[in-house]
Write a protein that binds this ligand. Structure first.
Ligand SMILES: NC(=O)c1ccc[n+]([C@@H]2O[C@H](COP(=O)([O-])OP(=O)(O)OC[C@H]3O[C@@H](n4cnc5c(N)ncnc54)[C@H](OP(=O)(O)O)[C@@H]3O)[C@@H](O)[C@H]2O)c1
Length: 343
């Protein structure tokens, strides 16, 4: 027997428990906070939210079910008219019928995985002379396998961040966002695990990992919000990004069936996930840091692990990358809306 053989024989057998330990420490750390346990504990200290959205027009992307549907439902109940965007007109119609005032729900069919569809929607809204007071960029998906859109982009990149940026930009350029509009991005606690690498956002080919593609796009929403906040500093517009915790929605059942099965008894209900969206729109609270994320009605740090702070990417490098996929923008407000009819 070789010397190395003797040495290895005297060592204890190699442990392969590391992945299990990682999973256990993940659940121990996050379950109390992100589940309904955290929601119930924190909500004991909240004041009643008397939201009054009368006279407001909301636009909720992904508003026909889940977290976006619940935010839309609360907005309708508090007096708003809600433009509800989704791909399936029957789902939107059923959703409208389930609200307190179906006549105040306007359905718009668009596919936010497609740049062309996002632009068409913005043009339709401009034709109708819509003014949006609250924009909820809520649509988001997680894919296990790599799927390209028919425009050749990785689907979660196109849906979760590119469409959000382009849609907000289109609404601004077309003069459709009210001067005192509130814009809210629905991100995810999943972004905490991922340092931003902008060039990996639209990753295709062998380097693709669904959970990373999702996490990067969700961190990009945080950076995008910082970009808008700085760009519109001093204006009446407010830009926020929030995360809902773990919510028992159709998307979770589809994309993470084992996670749902394990935790279903403590997952949040849709209104608990949507609560911070409604709170932000109603309270428009001041925000201390430019880069932050709201969760359970409170501003939270955008980083909890030191490694994600080490990224040298900036909101500007993100937006330059996104511009590369959506054509160069016209300077915001450079041309009056009337000049752009039919463009
Ligand atoms: N659920 C959670 O635990 C959780 C946790 C963290 C973050 N989030 C985030 O919360 C947001 C909402 O998630 P959810 O769980 O509520 O999802 P959901 O239950 O699946 O609802 C998704 C909504 O988006 C619409 N939608 C999906 N793909 C679309 C597309 N390509 N274009 C236009 N509309 C589309 C759906 O309608 P159609 O199918 O008719 O298009 C539906 O209205 C996402 O951004 C997600 O990442 C959720």
């Amino acid at each position: 027997m070789s010397a190395s053989g003797q040495a290895s024989a005297s060592l204890p057998p190699k442990s392969n428990n590391a992945p299990l330990k990682k999973i256990i420490s993940f659940y121990v750390r996050f379950t109390p906070s992100y589940s309904k346990i955290g929601f119930h504990a924190r909500s004991l200290f909240w004041r009643r939210l008397d939201a009054d959205f009368r006279g407001q027009t909301w636009l909720v992307v992904g508003g026909s079910e889940g977290i976006g549907g619940s935010a839309a439902r609360s907005a309708v109940a508090a007096g708003a008219t809600v433009i509800c965007v989704g791909r399936d007109p029957r789902k939107i119609e059923a959703f409208a019928g389930s609200t307190a005032h179906p006549q105040r729900v306007i359905g718009e069919v668009a596919d936010f995985s497609l740049v062309a569809s996002v632009r068409e929607l913005a043009a339709r809204l401009q034709d109708r002379g819509v003014k949006v007071h609250v924009l909820v960029n809520n649509v988001g998906i997680q894919k296990r396998d790599q799927i390209l859109t028919r425009e050749g982009l990785e689907t979660s990149f196109a849906t979760n961040i590119l469409s959000h940026y382009l849609f907000t930009r289109e609404l601004l350029e077309r003069g459709l966002l009210a001067e005192d509009a509130t814009v809210i991005e629905t991100s995810s606690g999943g972004m905490y695990n991922h340092p931003m690498v902008v060039k990996d956002l639209n990753i295709t080919g062998s380097g693709y990992l669904g959970v990373r593609a999702y996490g990067l796009s969700k961190r990009a929403q945080v950076m995008l919000t910082e970009y808008w906040r700085r760009r519109f500093a001093g204006s009446q517009r407010r830009f926020y990004v929030m995360h809902p915790g773990w919510v028992d929605t159709a998307a979770v059942g589809r994309s993470m069936p084992r996670f749902r099965e394990t935790l279903k008894s403590v997952l949040r209900k849709d209104p608990q996930g949507a609560d911070t969206i409604v709170y932000l729109a109603a309270a428009r609270p001041p925000q201390k840091a430019d880069e932050a994320i709201w969760f359970d009605r409170k501003e939270r740090a955008a980083h909890i692990f030191p490694r994600t702070r080490q990224s040298t990417e900036t909101p500007e490098s993100l937006v330059a990358y996104l511009d590369g996929y959506g054509g160069a923008p016209a300077p915001l407000g450079s041309r009056p809306a009337a000049d752009r009819q039919g463009s």
